[in-house]
Design a protein around this ligand. Structure first.
Ligand code: GAL
Length: 762
């Protein structure tokens, strides 16, 4: 796959894909916490699992307190019995290390394990995901437990993966972290003068004369009361980087303990999509500076969309998680079979929706379908969370029946899909956690700056067109792509600038937007004409930036037509003083294309094409979207404002113009909803008339293609299937032919074909 991380894979251990290939089917199962029931129930569980086609259980996620009653005492007897039960039933095991929740005795006797929060409050033993990651006690005992588990269970023939901790999250600001942060700074900068220089600490009398003057920036210090904005961006960013590195270090220590006894099975931890706090791209498997294997051998993540989450948002998270792993297969470690319990309104997944979301994950590269969880908790704050087996214990529930139907489908067809990879993408989109942090930490230029939402807008338009997209990190190489979108890529370290420049020099098309290329890694504004490090390639100078409340003010955009033709009538519009050709007068058209949130006022160099201009404000007629050609077909696009829904297709049209990238279905695969067929459903807008089906493709080594066509909504949709989707539907074993076809609510087709009847290019 195109993404690389600058490291080579650490060892010739079998990959996760190879492990599954040997097993012959995707994993189908999930979290199983049988500690809550008498052992007779476990036997009944095994019977029901088999009936549902479950072939995997994830064990031991939160059992630390039971496994280790005190410092020197371990008791694996119950886990032994659980392992024996599930093994006798033929289940594969993903074994967790249980370090995601502390035992109470440890919190009481070794308070260094308890976190200090952002308000400076020292915690007691509480809920879960609760350890100070730098606590010496935590490090000692978590590593010891991981090692003991690996020693005991690492040789099980049915073990398929290790699951370290659980959903690492949050931060700590305690004294231990303070001491370690100072050491981290010393190692990174060498001298206190270098720290001052990096952080621009001459601002507000923040010059430090010794490392001992520096404390973690929580609310007692430099985390401001105004929505957590930073006083010194570089300082707050460094703490966030530092803490994330410590979390990864702790994970790596558990991994190393496992590796002492198990050289075979992949080690992972379950991630959370666009979760803000850690830079997941740093977790890709590779070698650390000392040559030790680190990171996740396979990416796994927990997908919990809300009932109204658009398919594109779910898809973007899948793409992002796949990108974190460098493009390889990944695990859908958790999803709910039916409902969550932690949302304000926990709607049930509609009939067919769990199946559709499961196949959607596979359609984006997942090789497992796993749930939280397999039996509903008896009590505790998750007692209303959905499960395969409910508190009624029967197989007659809708959730069970739907899981069982999917289980038999997976058993029948998933082995064929194993080993295939996502079809190579020509378009990539950069996602950068650190730019996101820096934007979030910045006071100004607007509070309406949601990095993920802005990236999502660009992704959604590509997704709508069924264009294969890789999401790449700021450390990746981009040379294999034709088009690279870098929306709001605010922070650009020198090496990133070098790779972006090389990409453009080699004929790539790069999109920058307002808020791109503004600062270095310390949140210091580049000095010079914006976008400073790419100023020459972009061919524009951002002279100033206006920020308007998006709830009350947007700015119309006027697009030049492809031939650059002038529309005299539009040019003659009252108040319009620009010179750019226009084809649409959207100034008074509420539905027309608009810019939102930020409005860079640009000066375009000679030779820079102006593709759109502003239609109002004092910058009316000035460039809102430009293209600076460079080598071949390449160059830099600059979107000076954030497009609204009507503007986005026009921006993307121009980005792709002349590249022959048209998507797997040569544009959106839009179907029509028969309004008479809509059964009133709170999750479906009553005025829904058209739906875009999602189309993605995986390709096997022998060239066999699996094209997934997915109806993301709970209504039947009639589409005109293009010839590119011809083949045999794996799920129904029937032919898929071009022409009109109605796809059932949440319907899925997996079209198998052997030669490319149409690729992503037109
Ligand atoms: C996940 C977590 C699980 C469970 C689930 C409920 O975030 O890893 O342990 O809490 O949420 O939706």
């Amino acid at each position: 796959m195109p993404q690389t991380h600058g490291h080579t894979a650490p060892s010739p251990l079998p990959t996760f894909a190879e492990r599954l290939a040997a097993q012959g089917s995707m994993l189908y199962g999930g979290d199983y916490n049988p500690e809550q029931w008498p052992e007779e129930v476990w036997k009944e569980d095994m019977r029901l699992f088999k009936e549902a086609g479950i072939n995997e259980v994830t064990l031991n996620v939160f059992s630390w307190a039971q496994l280790q009653p005190s410092e020197n005492e371990y008791d694996f007897s119950k886990l032994d019995r659980i392992v024996r039960t599930v093994s006798d039933a033929g289940m594969s095991i993903v074994m967790a290390t249980s370090t995601g929740a502390l035992p109470a005795w440890m919190s009481l006797r070794h308070p260094d394990v308890n976190r200090v929060d952002e308000k400076g409050r020292k915690m007691r033993h509480r809920e879960r995901h609760n350890a100070c990651i730098n606590s010496p006690t935590f490090r000692t005992y978590s590593v010891a437990l991981a090692g003991k588990l690996a020693e005991r269970y690492g040789g099980l023939p049915n073990l398929v993966a290790w699951h370290v901790g659980n959903e690492y999250g949050g931060m700590c600001w305690c004294d231990t972290c303070t001491v370690r942060f100072r050491a981290w700074l010393r190692a990174r900068y060498g001298t206190i003068e270098a720290v001052n220089e990096a952080w621009n600490s001459a601002f507000w009398s923040h010059t430090y004369h010794s490392f001992d003057e520096i404390f973690p920036p929580n609310e007692l210090g430099d985390m401001t009361g105004w929505s957590g904005k930073a006083i010194l961006g570089g300082y707050s960013l460094d703490y966030q980087r530092f803490y994330g590195e410590c979390v990864l270090e702790s994970y790596n220590e558990e991994k190393a303990a496992i590796r002492r006894f198990d050289r075979v099975n992949p080690v992972t931890t379950n991630m959370m999509g666009t979760y803000p706090t850690y830079d997941y791209f740093r977790w890709r498997a590779g070698l650390d500076g000392n040559g030790n294997a680190h990171g996740v051998d396979v990416v796994s993540w927990d997908s919990y969309p809300r009932p109204d989450t658009p398919a594109a948002s779910v898809a973007m998270c899948h793409e992002l998680m796949r990108g974190v792993g460098g493009g390889g297969p990944w695990m859908l470690m958790e999803q709910t079979p039916s409902r969550q319990n932690w949302m304000p309104f926990n709607a049930q997944k509609r009939p067919g929706q769990m199946r559709q979301l499961s196949w959607q994950a596979v359609a984006h590269g997942a090789d497992t379908v796993q749930f939280f969880q397999l039996r509903q908790n008896r009590a505790g704050c998750e007692k209303f969370h959905g499960a395969l087996i409910g508190s009624d214990g029967t197989d007659r529930t809708r959730a069970f029946r739907e899981c069982a139907a999917l289980g038999s489908e997976l058993k029948r067809v998933s082995g064929r899909i194993l080993g295939s990879r996502m079809t190579p993408a020509r378009v990539a989109l950069v996602f950068d956690w650190q730019s996101r942090w820096a934007i979030d930490l910045s006071a100004g230029p607007t509070i309406s700056m949601d990095y993920v939402a802005e990236v999502q807008c660009w992704y959604a338009e590509l997704h709508r067109r069924n264009i294969p997209v890789d999401i790449v990190g700021p450390y990746d190489e981009y040379d294999s792509y034709d088009v690279l979108l870098a929306p709001c890529l605010y922070m650009m370290r020198a090496s990133l600038v070098t790779r972006l420049r090389r990409f453009v020099d080699h004929g790539g098309r790069l999109l920058l937007t307002a808020l791109s290329a503004l600062t270095d890694e310390h949140d210091s504004l580049y000095q010079g004409e914006i976008p400073v490090p790419l100023r020459d390639l972009a061919g524009v100078w951002v002279e100033e930036t206006d920020a308007l409340d998006p709830d009350t003010s947007v700015v119309p955009l006027r697009f030049a037509d492809a031939a650059g033709a002038t529309d005299a009538a539009d040019d003659a519009r009252e108040g319009y003083t620009g010179t750019t050709p226009v084809i649409a007068d959207s100034a008074n058209d509420a539905a027309g294309p608009h810019g939102r949130v930020l409005f860079d006022v640009l000066e375009a160099d000679e030779g820079t094409e102006v593709l759109a201009t502003y239609g109002s404000e004092y910058y009316v007629g000035t460039p809102a979207f430009t293209f600076r050609p460079s080598t071949g077909n390449g160059g830099v696009f600059y979107a000076a404002t954030f497009p609204d829904d009507a503007a986005m297709p026009l921006f993307v049209d121009r980005l792709l113009d002349g590249t022959n990238i048209a998507g797997l279905t040569n544009g959106p695969l839009t179907g029509v909803v028969d309004s008479r067929s809509i059964v009133p459903d709170a999750t479906v807008p009553s005025d829904l008339r058209v739906v875009d089906l999602e189309v993605t493709r995986r390709v096997a080594a022998n060239g066999t293609m699996f094209t997934f066509v997915i109806n993301p909504v709970n209504v039947p949709v009639t589409v005109d299937l293009p010839a590119s989707l011809t083949g045999r539907d794996l799920l129904t074993d029937t032919d898929v032919t071009p022409g009109e076809r109605t796809v059932e609510p949440f319907g899925v087709l997996i079209v198998e074909s052997s030669t490319a009847t149409a690729g992503q290019t037109a």
